[in-house]
Design a binder for this molecule. Structure first.
Ligand code: SAM
Ligand code: SF4
Length: 368
């Protein structure tokens, strides 16, 4: 049997290699995988970190994903939508903090009023800074026309996690009805790419019923679908969701954390030029989780800029950090310097993969 170092020395990793690497339980092997991923990261995207300010602007959601704390049927939370002025004030703060981009995230809403209001917000925010901020949206499944309208208004990036690339697992983690359709989620990702968004997706790691083979297939899905950005992190329990009943059957949280780092590391190795987010979910399990994510190959952080008073109503899972304190760039600067990483201000940090994909000069795209 090949050693982990021998597997990692191969020019290409097979699905079987990925399954073997995701199954690592030995500490030395885990370190070898992470070392390799960090050396790939250093050579491709560099020891640089891009900050995007996250604004969770509404927790209204029409869906009922079994794992999510802001699902429609959770009546224990207060529903809110930030006013335009509140969003502009937070955006001004992001500009003052020298962020070059923001992420507008919410539950899934699809009324014509929502579409129109978001388009006008995007257009206004584009005029607030010079050079303009890059705007990422993360507001779920929408029609082609809606995506196009927001793109035309000035949004450049979109995050829509597939959650799992295994269709039958997808159906186990969502209600069985038309608003929770795997095929529609796939179609949305295709539409976003067609329109010209830098397109991001991702999965949760350690879900009930999920296997290591599923996770290997998720990585292959990202590669085959030519994704530009990935955000993935451990699945975490929210006690007021239907999936809370599976808490006892999950991998222990420490193992879910290490598995998440192996997923990030492998992804960096197979897709060297994409952007990878070190997620807040990592930090929930370990206070230095996001730093560990960066050392495993991630290169993007999304500090939460949602006003503190709203954060308790945007708890996707229990113990989500940051409901008490603000996150400031200066603090990030010193934390990251300690691990040899540097925040890139004055740089949009667009996905290199996206840029190459569009200039038809992509080293890891199969379908150019
Ligand atoms: N509503 C939009 C959507 O679903 O695409 C965007 C907001 S949604 C809250 C953003 C992401 O949160 C989801 O894609 C999901 O992966 C993640 N999430 C929700 N519940 C979670 C949980 N219990 N543990 C970890 N991540 C979770
Ligand atoms: Fe709504 Fe997104 Fe949560 Fe699903 S994951 S319930 S769509 S906010």
């Amino acid at each position: 049997m090949m050693t982990v170092d021998e597997i990692l020395d191969q020019p290409e990793l097979s699905r079987a290699d990925m399954i073997r690497l995701l199954s690592i339980s030995d500490d030395h092997e885990q370190k070898a995988l992470i070392r390799k991923a960090y050396s790939v990261k250093t050579k491709t995207v560099g020891q640089k970190v891009y900050l995007r300010g996250l604004i969770e602007f509404s927790n209204l959601c029409r869906k009922n994903c079994f794992y999510c704390g802001i699902r429609n049927d959770n009546h224990k939370i207060n529903r809110y939508s930030l006013s335009e002025d509140e969003i502009y004030r937070i955006t001004a703060y992001a500009i003052q903090q020298r962020f070059t981009g923001i992420v507008l995230q919410s539950g899934e809403q699809n009324s014509p009023a929502f579409t129109k209001q978001l388009a006008s917000l995007i257009a206004h925010i584009k005029k607030m800074a010079n050079p303009p901020l890059r705007i990422t949206l993360s507001v779920g499944e929408q029609s082609y026309e809606t995506y196009q309208e927001w793109f035309n208004a000035g949004a450049e990036r979109y995050l829509l996690r597939i959650e799992t690339a295994n269709e039958s697992l997808y159906h186990k983690i969502h209600p069985d009805n038309a608003v929770h359709s795997f095929q529609n989620r796939l179609q949305c990702l295709e539409n976003l790419q067609k329109i010209g968004f830098q397109t991001g997706t991702g999965v949760m790691i350690g879900l009930p019923f999920q296997t290591i083979n599923d996770l290997a297939d998720d990585l292959l899905f990202f590669k085959n679908r030519n994704m530009d950005m990935i955000g993935m992190g451990p699945y975490l329990v929210h006690s007021d969701t239907p999936f809370a009943r599976f808490s006892a059957s999950l991998l222990p949280s420490g193992e879910r954390f290490r598995l998440s780092l192996r997923m990030i590391a492998l992804l960096r190795i197979i897709m060297p030029d994409i952007n990878i987010v070190a997620t807040t979910a990592l930090q929930t399990i370990d206070p230095t989780g996001r730093e560990s994510g960066l050392l495993a190959g991630a290169n993007v952080l999304m500090p939460n800029l949602t006003p503190i008073t709203y954060r308790d109503n945007y708890l996707l899972y229990d113990n989500k950090p940051g409901s008490k304190e603000e996150e400031l760039s200066d603090e990030f600067d010193s934390k990251l310097q300690q691990i040899g990483e540097k925040i890139e201000y004055n740089n949009y940090g667009d996905s290199i993969h996206f840029t190459k994909r569009n200039s038809h000069d992509c080293i890891s795209c199969d379908n150019n």
